[in-house]
Design a protein around this ligand. Structure first.
Ligand code: AHR
Length: 521
C-alpha cells in the first residue's frame, strides 16, 4: 500500500510540469457569442464616437493650438497640422468644447475679435492659469472645419445669462440681419456655421452651479426657451446637463419636469475611477487594473438604468442619452501640474475604450452621442504632444479600429462566457459588438479584458452568410505597455490571424488583454 502511495506521488510530481503547461489552455474556457443579423433594426450613430476638448491643461494650448506667430510647429491658422492629420484618421464625428467645468466660467464675447484686444481671464478650475482667450469661437469652429467634425458647444449657464447664451447661438447660427450676425461678419466670418449641438451648462449639480435637479430643471427651461431651434436646418439639439454616474434622481427629475419640445438630449458623465484611490497611469497592479475595468463596465448598468427612466417619459425615444464625458482618470504624470490632468495611456485604456464603445453600440437606440474625455494631453487622450513631438495612444488605435461602426446597422449580440476573476469578484472576460456597414460588410469588435488568459470564442451568426474573415488586433506583452515620445509605436494594431470561418460559425482566439476588430464578407 505504502509503495503504491509513494508511486502515485512520484507520478504526480513528474506530471506536474505537464499539468502546469496544460492548465492555462484548459482554463481558457469557451465563450459563446450569437450574432442575430436577422434582428437588426437600430443604427449606431457615428456621434457615439465623439470627443471632448476643454480649456484644461495642454489640451487647447500646446495640444491643438500653437498660435500663428512665433512657432516652429507647422500649423494652419495656429492649429497644429500633425494633430489635425492624426485626428482626421479617426473621422471624429463631433467635438465638445469649451468644457467641462470651464464652460460655466467662459464668456464667449471675450474670445472673439482681434486677439490683441481680447481680455484675459483666470482658469479657476484648472490650475489657476491665465487664459488669454486667443482660442475662441472662430478658432474652435475653424478646428472643427479642419477636422470635418460637427461642433458641440457647451454654453455658460452657471455664471452666464440667458441673453449671453441666446446671443452666442445667434452669432454662430443666424444668417439673417441681426446685431450678432453683423458682429460675426465684422470679425471675418460671413456665413453662419449652423452649429447643431448645444449643451445647456455642464455638471449643474457640481462645478456648473451646485444646483439641485429641481432647480436646474427650471433654469434649463428658461435657457432652452431662448435657444431657437429654427436656426439650423433640421433640429438643433439642446442637451441638458446630466447626471453624474448613478444619480438616477437627476435624470428622473429632468425627464419629468422638462417638456419634450424643449429638450433633445440629456447628458450622463461617468469616469472609470475610484475617486479615493486613483492609481498611477502606467505603474498599476492587477488589482488596480481590475478595479478600473469594474468601473468601466459599470457603464452597462448606468446606461440601462438611465435609459429605463427616459423610456417611462419618452417611449418614442425622441430624447437622446448623451454620454458626453467618459474615460479613465488616474494620477497625473509625476512632475506635471496637478491641475492639468495630464496622464499616460496604456493597454488598460484600450480595454476601457473597447468595452465602453461596445456598450454604447448595444444601446444605440438611446445612446446617440458620446464624448471621450479628452482628446489631447488630458485624461484618456488619443493624442499626446511634447513641444514639436506628437504620439498617438492605445486609445487612439481602438477609436480608429472601431470607426467601422460609424452609422452602421447594429447587429444584436448575446455573449455567454468565462469570467475574469480576482478574489471573490469577477467580470465578464469578453465583450463583443457587431454591425453591418452600408457597403454590406459586417464588423465584429471583440475585447478580452483578462490580462492572463487568452479566450476561445465561438461566434454563431444567424441570418447572414460570409466567405471570408480578416481583422486587426491591438495587444501588447503587458497591460501597462504604452507609447512614449522615444518609443512611439510600441503599441499599435497588427494583422490578426486568430480567426477562422467555418460556415456560419466563426472561431476566434483572443490574446490576453486585447482588442480585435474583424471584417466579414
Ligand atoms: O473632464 C474633466 C472634468 O471632469 C470636466 O471639466 C468636468 O465636467 C468633469 O468633472
Amino acid at each position: 500500500m505504502r509503495f503504491l502511495i509513494r508511486r502515485l506521488g512520484r507520478t504526480l510530481r513528474n506530471a506536474l510540469p505537464v499539468l502546469l503547461i496544460l492548465l492555462p489552455a484548459a482554463a481558457a474556457c469557451q465563450n459563446r457569442v450569437v450574432i442575430n443579423a436577422d434582428l437588426a433594426k437600430d443604427t449606431i450613430s457615428r456621434n457615439i464616437y465623439g470627443h471632448f476638448s476643454e480649456h484644461l491643461g495642454r489640451c487647447i494650448y500646446g495640444g491643438y493650438y500653437v498660435g500663428e506667430g512665433n512657432t516652429k510647429i507647422p500649423n494652419t491658422r495656429g492649429i497644429r497640422n500633425d494633430v489635425v492629420e492624426a485626428l482626421k484618421k479617426l473621422r471624429i464625428p463631433n467635438l465638445r468644447w469649451p468644457g467641462g467645468c470651464f464652460a460655466d466660467t467662459y464668456h464667449w464675447k471675450d474670445g472673439i475679435g482681434p486677439r490683441t484686444k481680447r481680455p484675459a481671464m483666470v482658469n479657476s478650475w484648472w490650475g489657476g492659469v491665465t487664459e488669454d482667450n486667443s482660442f475662441g469661437t472662430h478658432e474652435f469652429l475653424d478646428l472643427c472645419e479642419q477636422l470635418g467634425a460637427e461642433p458641440y458647444i457647451t454654453g455658460n449657464v452657471g455664471s452666464g445669462t440667458v441673453q449671453d447664451f441666446a446671443q452666442w447661438v445667434q452669432y454662430v447660427n443666424f444668417d439673417g440681419v441681426s446685431p450678432m450676425s453683423a458682429l460675426r461678419k465684422e470679425n471675418g466670418r460671413d456665413k453662419a456655421w449652423k452649429v447643431r449641438f448645444w449643451g445647456v451648462g455642464n455638471e449643474a449639480w457640481g462645478c456648473g452651479g451646485n444646483m439641485t435637479a429641481e432647480y436646474y430643471a427650471n433654469v434649463y427651461k428658461t435657457f432652452a426657451t431662448f435657444i431657437p431651434s429654427s436656426w439650423k436646418a433640421g433640429s438643433l439639439w439642446r442637451i441638458a446637463s446630466g447626471a453624474g454616474s448613478s444619480d438616477f434622481h437627476w435624470t428622473e427629475v429632468l425627464m419629468r419636469d422638462i417638456p419634450q419640445g424643449l429638450i433633445e438630449g440629456i447628458a450622463l458623465h461617468h469616469y472609470a475611477v475610484d475617486w479615493n484611490h486613483k492609481s498611477s497611469a502606467t505603474e498599476f497592479t492587477e488589482a488596480e487594473y481590475f478595479e478600473t475595468m469594474r468601473r468601466a463596465l459599470e457603464m452597462e448598468d448606468l446606461v440601462q438604468r438611465h435609459a429605463a427612466i427616459m423610456e417611462k417619459y419618452d417611449p418614442q425615444k425622441k430624447i437622446a442619452l448623451v454620454v458626453d464625458e467618459w474615460g479613465g482618470w488616474y494620477d497625473v504624470e509625476p512632475g506635471s501640474n496637478p491641475g492639468f490632468l495630464y496622464q499616460q495611456n496604456t493597454m488598460r485604456d484600450a480595454m476601457i475604450a473597447g468595452v465602453t464603445l461596445n456598450i454604447f453600440n448595444h444601446h444605440c437606440d438611446r445612446v446617440r452621442m458620446a464624448n471621450l474625455a479628452q482628446t489631447v494631453n488630458v485624461l484618456q487622450a488619443v493624442v499626446l504632444t511634447e513641444g514639436e513631438r506628437m504620439i498617438v495612444t492605445p486609445t487612439y488605435h481602438v477609436m480608429e479600429m472601431y470607426a467601422v461602426h460609424h452609422d452602421a446597422l447594429l447587429l444584436p449580440v448575446t455573449v455567454a462566457g468565462s469570467k475574469y476573476a480576482m478574489g471573490e469578484k469577477s467580470l465578464p472576460a469578453v465583450s463583443v459588438s457587431a454591425s453591418r456597414d452600408r457597403s454590406g460588410a459586417t464588423h465584429v469588435s471583440l475585447v478580452n479584458i483578462d490580462m492572463g488568459q487568452s479566450q476561445d470564442v465561438v461566434v454563431e451568426i444567424h441570418g447572414a452568410a460570409f466567405t471570408s474573415v480578416s481583422g486587426r488586433v491591438l495587444a501588447s506583452g503587458k497591460v501597462q505597455d504604452h507609447n512614449t515620445f522615444d518609443d512611439p509605436a510600441r503599441v499599435k494594431p497588427a494583422e490578426f490571424g486568430g480567426a477562422r470561418l467555418d460556415g456560419t460559425t466563426l472561431h476566434v482566439k483572443l490574446p490576453p488583454c486585447s482588442v480585435v476588430v474583424l471584417a466579414l464578407k
